[in-house]
Design a protein around this ligand. Structure first.
Ligand code: BEZ
Length: 266
């Protein structure tokens, strides 16, 4: 198959299988594991600074074209291993409960797994019931692993049990994408560790601050804390740029603090 100028061979079930019949065509563990290993071997990857790949995909709320979905917003694309699993249920609930925070930062959220859109739909009802949440963002249904392979989201260690025994699953990947469709952050968590979505909000704050002002954010930075001048900005330029932000505090030639430039000076 041709996808964004790359040639990908489909290693996936045929159309009859993809429709749900593969349980009856299951060719034994060897065949399933060979296919899984092939999927893992052929994965691409998406790096910080890449232009995020465009693709079409099914979601629980219809088909999307990814770049069109992002539009002029920031975007957090995050994958989970499997619907109807405990950690994933809490993660999707936590993300949904932060709806106002994402909106305040102009961030569109989109989930992702290799389950079907019908499963997503049924699972969302469960998430909302058990997590006091209202999941109102789409979840991509990448049953054929087309997009998972393109982004390199498939896990080396966790193969699905049950009817899909031996099938690959996505890890807990996070991609933060800017309105320019540039990949700004890539995270990968294993299946058994739930992510901290307050941290992802913090990263979005830091990315948006750096995109707006010529600063970087030090360890454990929180909005309002001091920031640092970027290493390639000269002292003269830093003094000039931050003169009306409280100036520069120079500890070393390479370590120069400035107040959070988004704060208004009193
Ligand atoms: C979970 O969401 O709890 C989970 C999913 C896949 C593997 C392990 C844990």
């Amino acid at each position: 198959m041709k996808l964004l100028d790359h040639e990908y061979e489909s290693l996936l079930p045929g159309s009859g299988e993809a429709a749900g019949a593969y349980e009856f065509q299951y060719a034994g563990p060897d065949a399933a594991f060979t296919r899984a290993q092939e999927q893992l071997r052929r994965q691409g990857h998406v790096r910080i600074g890449d232009s995020v790949p465009d693709f079409t995909a099914r979601t629980n709320s219809g088909s999307i074209r990814f770049h069109k979905f992002i539009g002029d917003s920031w975007c957090v694309l995050f994958s989970h291993p499997a619907d109807f699993t405990p950690v994933c249920t809490t993660e999707l609930g936590a993300t949904a409960r932060l709806g106002d925070e994402w909106a305040r930062r102009g961030v569109k959220i989109i989930g992702f797994s290799v389950d079907s859109s019908e499963d997503h739909e049924r699972w969302i009802a469960d998430i909302n019931e058990t997590q006091s949440s209202r999941v109102d963002f789409p979840i991509i249904a990448d049953k054929d692993r087309r997009v998972s392979m393109l982004f390199g989201m498939l896990d080396q260690t966790h193969f699905r049990h049950g009817p899909g025994f031996g099938e690959t699953m996505t890890v807990r990947s996070v991609f933060v994408i800017s309105p320019l469709k540039r990949v700004e952050l890539v995270l990968s968590y294993p299946a058994h560790v739930g992510r901290n979505f307050d941290e992802i909000l913090r990263v979005v704050d830091a990315l948006q601050l750096s995109a707006r002002y010529r600063v970087a954010t030090p360890a454990n930075w929180r909005p309002g804390d001091d920031t640092v001048v970027l290493p390639f900005v000269s002292d003269e330029e830093a003094e000039r740029t931050f003169a009306d932000k409280g100036g520069v505090r120079r500890v070393r030639s390479y370590l120069r603090y400035v107040r959070d430039p988004s704060l208004r000076l009193l």
